[in-house]
Ligand binder design. Structure first.
Ligand code: F6P
Length: 323
């Protein structure tokens, strides 16, 4: 293998730039030419591909976002789009691809490999931490820290006004961000898509707390839960306990930005090298990950289809610490 392409796709995540730097530098270290594609798979389809050098990735390690830009490519979901991408790759003599992204990125990578046989290795870059085959994904730690900083501030105002706050965090169909944020902020309750908390459960928790003379409450809600958005839940709760002052805060995309934490920079650096070395060692259709502090490769199909279970021990912490 002499030439590889690199792209970032799907929702961006802090640490993607550190991973880009790692892929480029480790590719050069191993004697490969490396080409960046802009806007994820769209760059492959449209031939928006450029040669990267070691200095192309200078001074990006600490920056949020992705210098390669990102997109959720509609074109790559079509056979014609993937054919166009293959032609662009073939005409440049590119023999392998590193794709940094989440489940949508790896779904596309898997189909592309099956159709055209171009080896692709993924590096898990998503704040959601929802990929099987890596204990942590690039960006998750930073997103949790960003959410925590915001929730600490909300706690101050909730406390001053004796309010009940429902704070919605990202995570699509996964409760990882919500759980870590809840534990880190000392929230009274967490609602995640993987478990079923009812309105009655919330009312019971509020009653127990009020009986103990607690005056403010923080409930962290993961988006994508069964009861709807934080606003939907808040409306239902406010109807049942009209004497309480209920407020909602949706943290949104601030969780996707910002300078990556040390943990994410190191994880990204590690996974970038693992992706390149995976390609060189014959990995064809898999995601590089870190499991129990060791680099592992998991077939894309497994990484996207198998759900990573929540740690029940960690979930229990929230109830214990709110006794
Ligand atoms: O997958 C990352 C993520 O931030 C999810 O947590 C969220 O549901 C989704 O992307 C939001 O996507 P978009 O930025 O396209 O609205």
């Amino acid at each position: 293998m002499k030439k590889i392409a690199l792209l970032t796709s799907g929702g961006d995540a802090p640490g993607m730039n550190a991973c880009i730097r790692s892929v480029v530098r480790s590719a050069i270290y191993h004697g490969l030419e490396v080409y960046g594609a802009r806007y994820g798979y769209n760059g492959l389809i449209e031939g928006d591909i450029f040669k990267m050098k070691s200095f192309s990735v200078s001074n990006i390690l600490q920056r949020g976002g992705t210098i390669l830009k990102s997109a959720r490519s509609i074109g790559f979901r079509t056979k014609e789009g993937r054919e166009a991408a293959f032609k662009q790759i073939e005409s440049r003599g590119i023999e392998g691809i590193v794709a940094i992204g989440g489940d949508g990125t790896f779904t596309g990578a898997n189909i592309f490999y099956e159709e055209f046989g171009i080896p692709i290795v993924g590096a898990p870059g998503t704040i959601d931490n929802d990929l099987y085959g890596s204990d942590y994904t690039i960006g998750f730690d930073t997103a949790v820290n960003t959410a925590l900083e915001a929730v600490d501030k909300i706690r101050d105002t909730a406390n001053s006004h004796d309010r009940v706050f429902f704070v919605e965090v990202m995570g699509r169909h996964s409760g990882y961000i919500a759980i870590q944020t809840a534990i880190g902020s000392g929230a009274e309750m967490v609602m995640v898509p993987e478990t079923s908390t009812t309105i009655e459960d919330i009312l019971a928790m509020l009653k127990v707390g009020r009986d103990k003379e607690k005056t403010s409450f923080l409930i962290i809600v993961a988006e994508g839960g069964k009861l709807g958005t934080a606003s939907d839940i808040a409306v239902k709760v406010a109807k049942k306990v009209p004497e309480l002052h209920v407020r909602v805060s949706t943290l949104g995309h601030i969780q996707r930005g910002g300078s990556p934490t040390a943990f994410d920079r190191i994880l990204a650096s590690r996974l970038g090298i693992a992706a390149v070395e995976g390609l060189l060692n014959g990995e064809k259709n898999s995601m590089a990950g870190v499991i129990n502090d060791e680099t592992r490769y998991t077939n894309f199909k497994l990484a996207i289809s198998k759900s990573k279970p929540l740690n029940q021990e960690i979930l229990k912490l929230i109830d214990i610490l709110n006794v």
